[in-house]
Design a protein around this ligand. Sequence first.
Ligand code: SF4
Ligand code: SF4
Length: 352
Amino acid sequence: MAKINPSFSKELKKYGAFDFNACYNCGTCTATCSLSTKDDSFPREMVRYSTLGLEDEIKSSLKPWMCYYCGECSTNCPREANPGELMMSLRRWLTAQYDWTGLSGLLYKSLLLTTVLFVLSALGVIWYSARLDFHLDAIMHLGHLFEMFAILSVFVLILLPNLLRMWLYVEGKREKKAPLKSYFKSLGDLFIHMFTQKRALGCDDNQTRWLEHLILVFGYLLLLFTTVFLDWFSATNIFIIALGYIESTAVFIITFDFMRRRMQKEKEVSKHSQPSDWLFVIWLFLMGFTAFGVRLFIDLNILEQNTWLYLVHIIVLFQWAVLIVPFGKWTHFLYRSFAMYLAAIKEQGVKA
Ligand code: SF4
Ligand code: SF4
């Protein structure tokens, strides 16, 4: 028998949802959604589950990840129940359920805690740099080691166990288990969706957003590769230096445009930003911008006199790596791709 959580509505509102109880189940949102299909019908069903407090059904569902937030359903909802924002809030809530540490949920729900952790992490970096007498070479060496260490440890200790929990929630509920070979057969879907988010192209007005997103994903991942594995800040090869400049420029220009749209609230998707949305775009902007600045100061030979710039960069990087990537909005990128992978596995299982 389905378990009902009577306080689910109240809980979900802490993740950003509006008054979805106003929904009278007309189905206009589902009819409007260009990504909803007969087999994967949403968002009405998710609104219904949320109203009823069917927590387990939501936890085992991939449907919140199938939505790419074009906002069409919210624009057309006659009750202003904002189903698009509900789907977004469900994604935040699911992220908190997958996270074994519980920190993700706490950060989504408490701006105070988020601020405290961001301030403490900045102070931690400054304190450690002070112990190194703010010696630029020593801080840069440590910063580079940290980048490598952070990538590996965050993935192994936080993201991998969380993906396993997501898989357990989804697959544990399935009556017909997918055969093992479908996990291999569907691997292509995982990477295609991770790098291209091609499903978003199905949204009626998403083409520009999709292209920007594509450039941002490639810019960000390549910048990560260039700084960590090609050691951009110490590189002397002109191609590596130019590559880093191009990637960091792409990252900060596109994220600046994201911030502009959130401020102007032109479209439904940018109207209801939560602190986690702001932190994501601002920190990504700062990462690209400060990385660009650091390399520019190296090339102008003035970084030595401006250690503060590298310090700002490493603080931003540290907060990004230990707070936003494992517990913040960055995880949506990973869970959405994994959801597409699980959906493809399910499809293979049905065919088998
Ligand atoms: S959310 Fe709005 S459009 Fe969707 S079923 Fe409810 S009332 Fe209808
Ligand atoms: S926001 Fe767009 S993609 Fe998401 S459920 Fe609504 S109409 Fe569908």
